[in-house]
Design a protein around this ligand. Structure first.
Ligand code: FAD
Ligand code: DLZ
Ligand code: SF4
Length: 520
């Protein structure tokens, strides 16, 4: 290399060949820096599969770049001099390479971005922090959209993104099919033989095997099963996973999006979030493929629109929302919830069959699908009044697709209503009825979903009314929820008391999680 190089640090969720910091650079003027660091693996004690996924994907990505001729300086976790954090590693790399500049793409998370923003003062060379243009909506664009709005309604944002991308749009500016949102068609309960085709599973190669040994050695006290480890770890594998989704599952994705079946972890979901979030798949290209499936007559509009809405609607909105409300969002606790997370969230040992199945899937796969995260696990945390910080730590630790930018708004705002309604217009609170309607869990549960109070009653039933009663002052003026209080008021005092006593007896049985699961 003739002159001092540009140093290009690439973080574990930036594994994209077209990353802004790589574009326009040449193999001869740059050194790429990738760092396995202790702090990232332990700021919460991530599920073993998540650490294995990131390290393996990072090592594969580095190998691909090297094969393409780039100079990659890859620091392994076990490197004796490893300082344990990004800033320390960039400092060491500047000594090794004496760069004329550092070009880095902004971090997806607040915590890391704070550290990066100190680099211009810490390092002698110029530091360029580039926008992450893998997202459709820039920070400035989201702020412009949010400005002056009373409520940041996802649906309005989503329509903007449809117009911006032209996805599922007609030339006259109207949505294909005449409606923007077909969610009403996407609430089918499970039917008898939900025989969804299995997603492709990827055998660990030599690189992944080495990482699995490392994770077993260094992170054996973290939550979750390490093997079988079957996630895609390269963009080629992730594309294969996407091919299978578009060939076999997109058709039924929409109708059964909210269905839950005991022991069936994927159903018709794409299972692509782990690959999208670390950069192996381009989310907009996936949406284009979904639209093509509709145009080719391989998938109905409700499935395709549902999939596209999750990505250019929810995913983009959640990211904008996170940056709009950080850093305050972590502390938000509008409902003043203080109860400790129950131990069974880590062990799965509960007689509540819905929860134990969702926690089993979480432990085995580092994954649970959206409605399990929202309406079973999340609903329980909301109704039982679990402290938002404990819930945040749990979701951030246990899912292989979890990064704070996407986890926090989903947890704090969507499931816990901790922001007082900035995201959701009402809490997603539900009794056992909803779970019974959308799953086959209740049939063989040791609790009875039709029993409302007393011994053997499904705990979601009294917890629901306990929640409504204790938050009456805050919620009764909400026009989407006010009617519920009319029902509550029509119940006699004795029935109401039965609900409250049953809920309190149940809450007293909850054993608080022991220390050390989420953080040391
Ligand atoms: P599919 O059902 O196939 O959906 C397609 C894609 O849409 C997903 O891959 C994802 O990229 C996107 N998507 C769907 N819903 C959301 C959403 N609410 N927010 C953002 N993107 C969405 N998703 C994460 O990627 N990381 C998280 O840490 C995360 N935490 C969550 C916590 C809670 C409490 C809840 C309710 C949801 C959370 N989600 C999170 C959203 C969603 O549950 C997952 O994206 C989804 O289960 C991933 O599986 P899939 O790829 O099969 O998704
Ligand atoms: C999740 C994760 C883990 C477990 N380890 C690393 C790591 O050692 N090195 C790295 O570059 N990235 C890791 N990641 C992903 C990062 O946490 C993620 O890229 C940033 O925090 C985004 O802000
Ligand atoms: Fe869950 Fe209640 Fe159904 Fe049991 S009866 S599976 S606890 S909703």
């Amino acid at each position: 290399m003739a002159s001092n190089p540009i140093l290009i640090p690439i973080l574990g969720d930036q594994l994209t060949r077209t990353l802004a910091s790589l574009r326009g650079r040449t193999k001869d003027d740059s050194v790429i820096l990738m760092m396995e660091v202790w702090d990232e693996a332990t700021y919460v004690k991530h599920h073993k599969q998540k650490i294995a996924l990131i390290f393996s994907a990072m090592r594969h990505f580095a190998a691909e770049l090297e094969e393409a001729g780039w100079q990659v300086d890859y620091v392994k976790l076990t490197d004796g001099e490893n300082s344990g954090d990004f800033t320390g590693e960039v400092a060491r790399a500047t000594e090794r390479h004496d760069p004329r500049a550092i070009h880095v793409v902004e971090a997806s998370e607040w915590r890391v971005q704070q550290a990066i923003e100190e680099w211009p003062d810490k390092f002698a060379c110029e530091v360029d922090i580039l926008p992450d243009d893998r997202f459709l909506c820039s920070h400035a664009e989201f702020e412009e959209w949010a400005e002056g709005r009373k409520h940041l309604t996802m649906e309005h944002f989503y329509r903007e993104m449809r117009r911006k991308t032209g996805l599922l749009m007609l030339d006259d500016g109207k949505p294909k099919g005449g409606e923007w949102n077909l969610d009403k068609q996407n609430r089918e309960p499970p039917k008898g033989d939900m025989d969804a085709p299995a997603r492709p599973k990827f055998e660990p190669d030599e690189i992944t095997r080495e990482v699995l040994n490392l994770v077993e050695d260094k992170f054996s006290d973290h939550f979750g099963d390490l093997e079988p480890f079957e996630w895609p770890v390269t963009s080629a594998e992730a594309e294969q996973a996407a091919d299978a989704f578009f060939a076999e599952r997109i058709e039924n994705f929409g109708p059964y999006q909210d269905a839950m079946v005991f022991g069936s972890d994927d159903l018709y979901h794409s299972m692509l979030s782990t690959s999208i979030n670390c950069g192996l798949l381009d989310p907009i290209a996936l949406c284009e493929r979904a639209e093509q499936a509709f145009e080719d007559g391989r998938a109905p509009l409700n499935s395709v629109e549902g999939f596209i809405r999750q990505i250019i609607g929810w995913r983009e909105y959640i990211r904008g929302f996170y940056w709009h409300f950080m850093p305050g969002l972590e502390e938000a606790n509008d409902l003043e919830a203080t109860r400790a997370l129950p131990e069974f969230f880590w062990t799965g040992e509960t007689d509540m069959r819905c929860l134990s199945d969702c926690i089993r899937s979480t432990k085995e796969n580092a994954h649970a699908h959206h409605i399990q995260r929202l309406m079973v696990l999340g609903n329980f945390c909301l109704l039982a009044g679990i402290d938002p910080r404990a819930v945040q730590d749990w979701y951030l630790a246990v899912y292989a697709d979890a990064y704070q930018w996407v986890e926090l708004p989903n947890v704090s705002s969507m499931i816990l209503y901790a922001d007082g309604g900035a995201l959701a217009t009402k809490p997603y609170a539900a009794s056992g009825n909803y779970i019974n309607k959308m799953s086959d869990y209740c049939k063989e549960c040791s609790y009875s979903v039709s029993k409302k109070t007393g011994d053997g009653a499904c705990p979601f039933n009294p917890l629901y009314w306990h929640f409504m009663d204790r938050h009456r002052d805050r919620l009764s003026s909400n026009h989407r929820i006010g009617r519920i209080y009319a029902t509550w008021d029509r119940m006699g005092d004795e029935k109401k008391q039965d609900y409250l006593t049953s809920a309190e007896s149940f809450l007293e049985t909850l054993e608080a999680a022991s220390d050390g699961w989420a953080r040391d």
